[in-house]
Design a protein around this ligand. Structure first.
Ligand code: PRP
Ligand code: URA
Length: 212
C-alpha cells in the first residue's frame, strides 16, 4: 500500500502535456531531452516548496524592509546515471548554486538488481539537503541503493524526484526509506515481465542519449 503522506504526484497541465510528448514512441532524443529538463524544473518548484526562509534586512531604492531568503542547509542534486543527468539542468535553473554529485547504477538485465559503478559526491554532502533525481522508479532498487549510499555518507535530508513511478517501486522505496518524500509526474499501472514500467516511456537512458 502506498503511503500518500510521503508520495506526491505533481499535478499540473504543463507537466502532463510535456510528459505525453515524452511517452510517445515517435518522439526523438532532442525533444525528449528538452521535455525532461523542463519537467524537472517545474517539479523542482513544487519539491522545494517547504524550504525554510529567514528574514534579512535589505534596502530598496525607496525604503528599508525586512525580506526573506532561503535559509537552512545548502542544496545538492544527485542524478542517478545515466537518465538522471537529463534532469540536472532543469533543477539548476531554479537552484543555480546547488552542488552536483553523481551516482552510477545500472540494472542487471537478468536479475533487474542495480549494480553500482560510480559515486562522486560533494565533500560536504552530509551537511546538504539532497535531491536525488532519476526519471524512472521501476522496481525501486536503483533509487533505494542510491539513497542508502547517501545515508552511509551521513546525509539525513533526502527527497526523490522522478518522472514515472510504478506502484512496486514506490512501495519498495517507502519500505526501505520511509522518511524520504517522493515526487513524481505520474504513477503508472505496473511493471512488465522485464521490470519495465507499463505504459511508461521505454528505456529512459536510451531515449535520452539515442543509444538504441
Ligand atoms: C533505469 C532508470 C533507473 C532504473 C530504474 O536505468 O534510469 O535508474 O533503470 O529501475 P529500478 O527502479 O528497477 O532500479 P538503467 O538501469 O536502465 O541504466 P541507464 O540509465 O544507464 O540506462
Ligand atoms: N528503466 C527505464 O528506463 N524504464 C523503465 O520502464 C524501467 C526501468
Amino acid at each position: 500500500m502506498i503511503d500518500y503522506k510521503t508520495f506526491h504526484v505533481v499535478d499540473h497541465p504543463l507537466i502532463k502535456h510535456k510528459l505525453s510528448i515524452m511517452r510517445e514512441k515517435e518522439t526523438g532524443s532532442k525533444d525528449f531531452r528538452q521535455m525532461l529538463s523542463e519537467i524537472a524544473m517545474l517539479m523542482c518548484y513544487e519539491l522545494t516548496r517547504d524550504l525554510p526562509v529567514v528574514d534579512i534586512e535589505i534596502e530598496t531604492p525607496i525604503a528599508k524592509m525586512t525580506a526573506q531568503q532561503i535559509g537552512g542547509k545548502k542544496l545538492a542534486i544527485v542524478p542517478i546515471l545515466r537518465a538522471g543527468l537529463g534532469m540536472v539542468e532543469g533543477i539548476l535553473t531554479l537552484v543555480p548554486v546547488a552542488k552536483v554529485g553523481h551516482i552510477g547504477l545500472y540494472r542487471d538485465p537478468k536479475t533487474h538488481e542495480p549494480v553500482t559503478y560510480y559515486c562522486k559526491l560533494p565533500a560536504d554532502i552530509q551537511d546538504r539537503y539532497v535531491i536525488v533525481c532519476d526519471p524512472m522508479l521501476a522496481t525501486g532498487g536503483s533509487a533505494s541503493d542510491a539513497i542508502r549510499m547517501l545515508k552511509n555518507k551521513g546525509v539525513t535530508q533526502i527527497k526523490l524526484l522522478c518522472l514515472v513511478a510504478a506502484p512496486e517501486g514506490v512501495e519498495r522505496l517507502q519500505k526501505d526509506h520511509p522518511e524520504v518524500e517522493i515526487f513524481t509526474a505520474a504513477l503508472d499501472e505496473r511493471l512488465n515481465e522485464n521490470a519495465y514500467i507499463v505504459p511508461g516511456l521505454g528505456d529512459a537512458g536510451d531515449r535520452l542519449f539515442g543509444t538504441k
